[in-house]
Structures are given as C-alpha cells and as structure tokens.
Design a protein around this ligand. Sequence first.
Ligand code: HAM
Length: 406
Amino acid sequence: MESLQSPRGFHDIFGEKNERIKKISLALRTKLIERNFQEIILPIVEYAELFQRGVGQLTDIVQKEMFTFSDSKQRLLALRPEGTASAVRAYLQHKLYTKPWVKLFYEGPMFRHERPQLGRYRQFHQLGAEVFGISEPYIDAQLIEILWLLAKELNLEFRLEINSVGCKVCRPDYKLALIEYLHSVKDSLCQDCLKRMDKNPLRVLDCKVQTCQEATKEAPFAINYLCSDCKTHQDGLESALDSLGIDYVINPRLVRGLDYYTRSVFEFVSLKSSLTLMAGGRYDYLVEELGGPKTPAVGFAVGLERLAEELSFEVKEDELILVIAFGDVLDYALKVYKHLCAPNRRVDLIFKPPKKGLEIANKVGARFVALVGQEEKSGSFFTLKDLQTGFQERIELYSLKETKTE
Ligand code: HAM
C-alpha cells in the first residue's frame, strides 16, 4: 500500500514541539485564570455566515481561506478560521451581555487555506482571550501586559507594535484621504492592491510587496486622523503601557488582516523570524453588528505553533521507570506497576526477559527499571535499578508508597 501522508498544511504535533506548546499554554492559561478569565470551549464548526459578517467579506480569510462545506439542508458551514467571531456568537447566544463584563479564553485548532510555509499552516492552534463590556484603555493595556509577561517568561526576542485604526467617526475621512493618495501612486501598486485599494484601502498599507511599501511611505496614516475620543483612548493606552513599564513602538502601518478592529491594534513580532506571534485589538462594533447590544470589546490570540518554534528552552521530561516483567507474573507485575504510578513520574510496563528488557530500557531512555520475575513475586518485592548509576536495590511491596526514586 502506498504510504498515506497528512494533507498539505496539516500536521501531527508530538514529542518536543507538543511539550513546548503545553508549556506555553499552561503559562498563559495560568495568567488568564489569575486575572478572572474563564475558559469557553467553542465549536470548531460554525455557520460560514458568522465569519462572513464577523471577520469581513473583503478579508483574505473570508475571500480565499475558509474551509467550507454544506450540511444536508444545504446550509454553508465553515471550519473556524479564528475564535473572536465565535466568542461573540456565544456571548450573544447565551445572553452574557446581562453581566457587567465578561472575560473569556479559548484554545484550539483554527483552519485557514493559506499557502503553507514555516509558521503558516492550514490547521494551527490559538489560545485567545476576549473581554466584553469594558471600553476604557486600561483593559487593552492589561491584555497587552499578559502577553508581555508571557513573552518575557518565555525569553522571546520580540518587538511590540501598537497602532490605532480609528472608529466610525474618524475612519471615513481617513479612508477618503488614503484612497485619494493611493490613486496618485497606483502605477506602483501590485495587482492585489489595485483590486483592494477602493474597497479595503487600509490593507494596502500592510502589503509586503516592496514597490507597494515604497509607494505608501508618504501615505496618510489612521493614527494621524483620530477623532477626539479615539485620540483620548490612544493616549490612555500609551500612558497605561508606560506606567506598566512596557516598551512598544507605534507602527502607523499596522492594520491587521481582519475587518472588525476599531481603535487599538497590537502585534508581538518576532525579531528572529519577523513573524507575528501574538496579536489582537479592540472591536467595539462587532457585537452590535452581529445583532447584539452596543458592547465594547477587545482581545488577542496567540499562535501556539509559531511561539513553540521560537523557543529554545529544553523541555525536561519526567524520568521514566520501566517495569520489566518476566515469567508467569502478570497480576503481580500489574500490582507493582500500579503502585509505581505517581504524579511527576512516567511509568511503563513490558513483558520481556531481563536482558532484552534492559536493552529496550536503554533504547527508550528509561532512568530506572523495576524487575519483576518469579522470585520477586514469591518474595513480594521488586528489584529497582538506576540505569545511570548502576545502583540496584530490593524494594518490598508493602513499602512501595514510601519509595523514592530520585
Ligand atoms: P490573527 O492575527 O489572524 O488574529 O491570528 C493570531 C495569531 O495566530 C497570529 O499572530 C499567528 O501567531 C497565528 N496564526 C494566524 N494564522 C496562522 C497560520 N496560518 N499558521 C500558524 N499560525 C497562524 C486573530 O485570529 C484574531 N482573532 C485575534 C484577536 C482576538 N483579536 C481580537 N481578539
């Protein structure tokens, strides 16, 4: 049979990478729980319309990256490309807006039909957080601080970029100014930018094509067109970040690839790979646009694979104790195995003659072996051997609970 491979852009995550992801996830979850966030497990499949309306018809995600399929009633479903729209849907569906504020986090796979490359997959994992019901900039700063603390704890080399993309009051004027400018340099823009410059002109600022970047050097930027409320918000965010001791740069080109953002947007960019590792922003209209009451909201998502690929720490596994059972000792070996299983230990069991068993123990990197044969069974003990030091001792079964292996 021809060997089967996972589909392009879909990966198995195991071993070292899995350990790193678990470590990152635990560190971030701990911070969120300590700050009164609650986990929500969101479905992986939603009606495609949620993302069309939520993320935006003109975004790359909706136009070309969604995995969609129809159910038996011909309703279009989508594998979720991100978590924010789903969190808003859940917030509305369960009438969570009756609470003064809501802080949620979620973790799981997201799906985007992008061209796969290092750090860009078709299935990837995010840990995201969303806050509903708080409009003041201190909460934007607190979310950024959580990511800042995580980045420091993980020893990431990064740059924090922030920007403001304005609101319904100031953005229309800004957009007109930008479109006018883009028309004046349109001969230098790439085909994609020519297509989006009238409908979604902000995305042109984000284009990675060199000629587009050059052509938009002198473009008007949203942060210079803010209305007084947006300006007050931005000033509030900057002073909150200053007082928290967080270094940031203002990147006036930062617009993000999703349409729901208003006011603050931010990205933690890797100095090693230049990839965006963690990102988010405010989306004060989305709840209303999806049919709910006017509700300010802000959040972020962390790309777990991208973070894991940045890290260089060694993941120390718990030491393995391999129980090697030989002869007619099945029940007794299971008893020894059960007694050895304990927190922060890995225990495994094989049925092999001692010589073969020891060879296997070396192959799988066991630190200790527990030999269990007929003699051990009759005497109610087992022989524990430290493979690093060669030290060997006889351990009576009744004293197992007190047994220390380190
Ligand atoms: P996003 O920037 O599209 O934002 O994704 C957040 C993070 O997910 C990225 O910074 C990156 O680390 C990771 N990521 C995105 N696409 C891929 C991919 N194809 N392969 C691997 N990693 C990827 C959002 O999704 C927003 N929902 C964030 C947010 C939450 N804004 C407000 N609340």
